[in-house]
Ligand binder design. Structure first.
Ligand SMILES: Cc1cc2nc3c(=O)[nH]c(=O)nc-3n(C[C@H](O)[C@H](O)[C@H](O)COP(=O)(O)OP(=O)(O)OC[C@H]3O[C@@H](n4cnc5c(N)ncnc54)[C@H](O)[C@@H]3O)c2cc1C
Length: 397
């Protein structure tokens, strides 16, 4: 059976995935981007992006489209597919999608995040019937109606302002006594006569006969409950990682966010993560794009290392490999002697700088340097710690 093999498979075409695609393609990688929805990701659901540097103001879909076109300019292949799970089959990384399987040299998880649900009675039943998580998608259905926004962060406050274009009144219901959003966003919202904040309150339930009619609110300070008549509820109470397809595959933090290091490496070698799906301080377009760039370059380094390992060490019928460290003067001297000795001879010794190719050295189990490995078709025949040219040539015979 033919199995598709790709160098870098990026899961998710949001700002992180598309930036990674641009960097990956420019570095010469074979890149495939898998997206189950519309390229652009979460920004497709907002009407106003005004903190992407260099663009004073754009709608989310405009910015998403610009990212996609930029990635396509470098011949990135996009495929409409939903990733179901990831597997490691004898060390090979396999991406299982609803469109088939792909073997990947490296994988980038850029699946972003989704809205957190309130979890109160009525929410699930009335979703799409007045309960929404996207003001841009559904705001226009509430012309001259009263709606409520739940939340107190930037998204809640900004989307409430957006909704005033349509609604006659917008309540912002927040569990604390002040919003968490930026000062500028709060001032902008509170200066709008259509917006009224309701502090210290949570939604006990959402009620209505087929369509949302009212909220039952509870004041967290007094414990009192009250009714609030609304036709729509927009929920913006934070996000959760989109990790269904790789739960348990990579290490995550308490909230389920993927744990990465500064190179965007996850706990699984050759699997990287970027953007909102990883544990981080600020989830925004600009930080997702930054992560994507770092992840792509890390993946490039990883893939190059793997190819080096295969072509020079594992594929040849017979090979000797001298692992050394370029930051050690004695090692540098030894490799110079070895290179001189090889001139005009048939003997081939592959020199591997274990300092720059730590992953390769680790994979071959080389910790003591310099070391000469004798390999046949990738299998180790012998290994010797070599201090001098004589040690090396004695092994080669
Ligand atoms: C309403 C709203 C307003 C916002 N406003 C701003 C703003 O003004 N400025 C700002 O900087 N940020 C804003 N943000 C935040 C910003 O959108 C995110 O930080 C950013 O989109 C994260 O990018 P990402 O690439 O990590 O993930 P996402 O944008 O979430 O993209 C992930 C992509 O992965 C895809 N995917 C998920 N699972 C799978 C799977 N199994 N198979 C295939 N594909 C999959 C998804 O369909 C999605 O397209 C806003 C967010 C929202 C929701």
């Amino acid at each position: 059976m033919h199995v598709e093999k790709r160098e870098l498979v990026i899961i998710g075409a949001g700002p992180a995935g598309m930036t990674a695609a641009i960097y990956g393609r420019r570095a010469g990688l074979d890149v495939l981007v898998l997206e189950k929805g519309i390229p652009g990701g979460q920004i497709n659901t907002t009407d106003e992006i005004e903190n992407w540097p260099g663009v004073l103001m754009a709608t989310g879909p405009e910015l998403g489209e610009a990212f996609r076109k930029h990635a396509e300019k470098f011949n990135t292949e996009f495929r409409s597919a939903s990733v179901e799970r990831l597997e490691l089959r004898e060390g090979t990384k396999v991406v299982v999608t609803d469109q088939g399987e792909i073997e990947a040299e490296a994988i980038l998880l850029a699946t972003g995040a989704s809205f957190r649900k309130l979890g109160c009675p009525g929410e699930a039943e009335l979703t799409g019937k007045g309960v929404s998580y996207c003001a841009v998608c559904d705001g226009a259905f509430f012309e001259d109606e009263v709606v409520a926004v739940i939340g107190g962060g930037n998204t809640a406050v900004e989307e409430a302002v957006y909704l005033t274009q349509f609604a006659s009144k917008v309540y912002i219901i927040h569990r604390r006594d002040e919003f968490r959003a930026d000062r500028a966003a709060i001032d902008h919202a509170l200066s709008n006569p259509k917006i009224e904040p309701i502090y210290n309150s949570v939604v006990e339930s959402i009620e209505g006969d087929g369509l949302v009619e009212k909220l039952i609110l509870k004041n967290v300070k007094s414990g009192e409950t009250s009714d609030l008549d609304v036709a729509g509820v927009f929920v913006f109470v934070g996000t959760v990682p989109n990790d269904d397809s790789f739960k348990g595959f990579v290490k995550t933090t308490k909230g389920g966010w993927i744990d990465t290091n500064l190179r965007m490496e996850t706990s699984v070698e050759g699997v990287f993560a970027a953007g909102d799906v990883r544990e981080k301080f600020l989830r925004q377009v600009v930080t997702a794009a930054g992560d994507g760039a770092v992840a792509a370059m890390s993946a490039y380094g990883y893939i190059s290392q793997q190819q080096h390992l295969r072509h020079k060490l594992l594929e040849p019928q017979e090979v000797f490999a001298l692992f050394y460290s370029s930051i050690d003067e004695k090692h540098a001297h030894l490799t110079g002697e070895v290179e001189n000795w090889m001139e005009g001879k048939d003997a081939r010794i592959v020199l591997i700088d274990a300092y720059k190719n730590a992953g390769v050295a680790q994979k071959m189990g080389v910790s003591e340097l310099p070391a000469l490995l004798h390999l046949r078709k990738g299998s180790e025949v012998a290994r010797k710690k070599c201090q001098s040219l004589e040690d090396v040539t004695a092994q080669i015979g």
